[in-house]
Ligand binder design. Structure first.
Ligand code: UFG
Length: 331
């Protein structure tokens, strides 16, 4: 059985869906602090035998019980608080949830001799880029508590490999966008902070979209990011799982598509796809934002045999269809 922590969230649920489609037996463990029970219900419609446990990684006993009762072979660890700006406001919650929660999970794994994990890490571990594109060996100097949490967990994973032979694959996500192809699951945050859903919400609700700063040292003054479609990202998890089973060694991979796109370019692409002018204004910069983040995913392409396939326009179309569904409350 595969344990998915954070399976009620955006990325964890999309991964759960794919594994269900591949007839894998899965258990979802989620405290529903940011994920949604409706997401679990959607997954249960596809596989009524899916086991969902409402539990919190901060509580060691709750996660130990999962390993005690079920025969787990591998863990996919998505559970995390993940809003960069929020992490600077409430670092204590971020350290508790992300670092202590992950440490509890790893201790429970070792106790029950489960020695394989795929970990959702982040481009935030790199901090301000020293060179571009960012490969796996780029210096790691995170500039916010969220990035520090993710790096700390990566370090703990390495120490657990040395001491307990626990093998981990760390996947460093760049900017994930889009919904799954059948429009069953997509990005759903109660307070949305991300670029693509925010532009789409502005279009649907006729409210001005806010561009956070237009005087960055980039071609059009707005930040540049590397946007990866959720379906391509999930494909990389499947390949990482196969790689871990085959090689039985720890490794790390950057997950982006090696293409930098500015906030303005994304905005214009959404306008074009929706065939609609969207009102916008320039707002204050977020604090400590890297102006450019682009992934060098050559290692991922080569060792995992992974290639991003989804055009940006398809990701935006799927994000739009999903947002319509969310707003009609027809999840
Ligand atoms: N942006 C806006 N207006 C908005 C929302 C975002 O201008 O309403 C801008 C941001 O300033 C940024 C870009 O759009 O320049 C992308 O912002 P997101 O919030 O979508 O994503 P981030 O790059 O801030 O963060 C994402 C993930 C993090 C992860 C990080 C790694 O959400 O979890 O990438 O680089 F840590």
């Amino acid at each position: 059985m595969i344990l998915i922590t954070g399976g009620a969230g955006y990325i964890g649920s999309n991964c759960a869906l794919e594994l269900i489609k591949n007839n894998e037996n899965i258990i979802i463990f989620d405290n529903l602090s940011t994920g949604h029970i409706e997401t679990i219900e959607t997954l249960k419609k596809i596989n009524p035998n899916l086991i969902f446990i409402k539990g919190d990684l901060k509580n060691l006993k709750e996660i130990e019980d999962v390993f005690k009762i079920h025969k787990i072979e591998c863990v996919l660890h998505f559970a995390s608080l993940s809003v960069v700006q929020e992490s600077a406001k409430i670092p204590e919650d971020y350290y508790q949830n992300n670092v202590i929660g992950s440490t509890n999970l790893l201790n429970a794994m070792v106790k029950y001799n489960v020695l394989k994990i795929i970990f959702s890490s982040s481009a935030a571990i790199f901090g301000q880029p020293k060179y571009l594109p960012i490969d796996e060996n780029h210096p790691k100097n995170p500039i916010n508590p969220y990035g520090k949490n993710k790096l700390e967990i990566e370090n703990i994973l390495d120490d657990f490999d040395k001491k307990y032979n626990l093998k981990s694959i760390k996947l460093r996500y760049f900017n994930v966008i889009g919904a799954n192809r059948e429009n069953l699951l997509g990005e759903w945050h109660d307070k949305e902070t991300h670029l693509v859903p925010n532009i789409i919400k502005s279009a649907i609700n006729q409210k001005p979209f806010e561009i956070y700063g237009n005087d960055y040292n980039t071609k059009d003054g707005t930040c540049i990011r590397d946007y990866i479609d959720i379906n391509d990202l999930i494909e990389a998890h499947k390949l990482a799982y196969l790689y871990l089973n085959k090689e039985n060694k720890s490794d790390e991979f950057n997950l982006g598509i090696k293409q930098g796109i500015s906030v303005k370019e994304i905005f214009k692409t959404v306008e074009k796809i929706l065939n609609q002018k969207i009102d916008y204004k320039i707002s204050q910069k977020r604090q400590n934002e890297p102006s450019i983040l682009i992934s060098d995913s050559s290692k991922t392409n080569k060792l995992l045999n992974w290639k991003a396939k989804t055009p940006l326009s398809d990701s935006i179309k799927s994000a739009y269809q999903w947002e319509l569904k969310l707003q009609k409350k027809s999840i």
